[in-house]
Design a binder for this molecule. Structure first.
Ligand code: 13P
Length: 288
């Protein structure tokens, strides 16, 4: 019998290897609280698809810390009898210490975001994380180039990754997956996204590891499919779920002024989140 204290989590490797071979993408959905985590787990289990729960450092702090998040996710997996593969992933780890803390708390995957550093420093930092993570069975994602924020224009302030830098980062670190910045931004796009599919395809042909696309919100369906055909096996989505959830909540509160039960208020976003997951994974073609 599975009991509290057992970890049911897996790292990203097997699910992303299958996705790369099968030409689909596994969703990385960011979690912010217990309710979102529960909805995502329930929906992905119902659809029988793998899921990567992304946790930013800010979200981990909000939820009480890495240990609180890891315990909550493992507890939900047991209580809800989740059988689909679940990976608990640190999103945009900013330092070795942060990645180590997440790993020690039971996260099964970490992203070390050394993209703000020049290449040599990014390699050094990423390698240090890989050396700590791999003996513990934890997968590591790295970033190179600069993935913009919603404040960035699609054509400015985004530093695209080069094939040479991606090769150097991979060969000198042994990372499991790579997020090359190729024009995507976090949050909404100003105008049409401008993704560099040529470089994406070149990186995919050159490196044996799965590629990751950050900034999944607002990328049109045809571009998502093209990205998957160019080796993208993991797509990060955050803003999109926040938008549908908060709209549902606002609509609910507007017509239910007298309801104060937090379970009813927070829970009014459940359907919106689950419906959105359905749409996302249909586009991604996700399967087991
Ligand atoms: P969006 O908020 O644009 O969906 O991006 C999420 C993300 O890339 C998290 O790492």
């Amino acid at each position: 019998m599975i009991k509290l204290g057992d970890s049911m989590l897996v790292n990203c490797n097997e699910m992303l290897k299958k996705a790369k071979e099968g030409h689909y993408a596994v969703p990385h959905l960011n979690i912010n609280n217990l309710e979102w985590t529960k909805y995502i787990l329930e929906k992905c289990n119902e659809l029988n698809i793998p899921i990567i729960l992304g946790v930013s450092e800010g979200a981990a702090k909000y939820m009480g810390g890495f240990i609180a998040v890891s315990s909550m996710v493992n507890g939900l997996i047991i209580s809800l009898k989740i059988t689909t593969p679940v990976c608990l992933h640190l999103d945009h780890g900013s330092s070795f210490e942060s990645c180590k803390e997440a790993i020690d708390a039971g996260f099964t995957s970490v992203m070390i975001d050394g993209s703000k550093h020049e290449l040599a420093k990014n390699i050094e930092l990423t390698k240090k994380v890989v050396d700590y993570a791999h003996p513990r069975g934890v997968s590591v994602e790295a970033e190179i180039g600069h993935i913009g924020g919603s404040e960035d224009n699609v054509s400015s302030n985004i530093l695209n990754a080069t094939l040479e830098d991606c090769v150097a980062l991979y060969q000198n670190t042994g990372i499991d997956s790579l997020a090359p910045a190729l024009g995507s931004v976090h949050g909404f796009y100003k105008g049409e996204p401008n993704l560099d599919f040529v470089t994406m395809e070149n990186i995919n042909r050159t490196l044996p590891i799965p590629l990751v696309l950050h900034g999944g919100t607002g990328i049109p369906e045809d571009m998502i499919k093209k990205a998957i055909s160019c080796g993208i096996s993991k797509i990060n989505v955050n803003t999109e779920l926040q938008v549908v959830w908060s709209k549902a909540l606002r609509d609910f509160v507007a017509v239910n002024e007298n309801i104060y039960d937090p379970r009813k208020i927070i829970g009014s976003g459940e359907k919106a989140i689950k419906d959105q997951i359905n749409k996302i994974v249909t586009i991604f073609g996700t399967r087991l």
